[in-house]
Design a protein around this ligand. Sequence first.
Ligand code: ITT
Length: 188
Amino acid sequence: MKLKLYLVTGNKHKYEEAKRIFNDTDIDLLMAPLGKFEIQSDDLKAIAWKAALHAYKILRTPIVVDDSGIFIDALNGFPGVYSSYVFRTLGNNGILKLMTGIKNRRACFKTSLAVIVPPLDTIIEDEVCGEIAEKPVGTLGFGFDPIFIPEGEKRTFAQMDIDEKNRYSHRARAFRRLVKWLRDNFML
Ligand code: ITT
């Protein structure tokens, strides 16, 4: 029988990206019928963990929460845990303005997954580093995808389809490790 694992998110793109990672596994990733409860914290892990606990108390079913953000070196890690708010308020053009004249364009996307599959739980973290583009390019994906170029590429995430983005992304790396954790611990 397939394990049903619920991703708690209001972001359908995240679900679509994560879902691909579970193709050809005995795990069925579903979107939880519940929004993500978000605490304020300067730690992605803590945000993901509290959201997972909150969802688990209500749904009592295997749960995963993905909390992600982009950390820009020259801005001392900003927007980081505030990525969602900053995307809504400043957007990609606002970030590019902050980066005007800055040579060091290095940035990393980070993901923390908080996972509860009784009787076990875990936190899985991963990241992808690259550069902030000079201008937004591409129409695919979501959020900061048009301004992020992963290491080893010339294209932004927004120029890649889901399978291509998943070759590099923070989320795909973390979810691949989650598949391994589930296989190792639940013999799936
Ligand atoms: P949920 O919290 O409901 O899961 P969200 O979109 O608010 O959805 P996060 O708080 O984890 O998710 O992400 C913060 C922001 O970081 C998000 O709104 C995006 O703008 C950005 N972000 C995260 N992952 C991204 C990705 O793969 N590509 C581009 N931007 C991303």
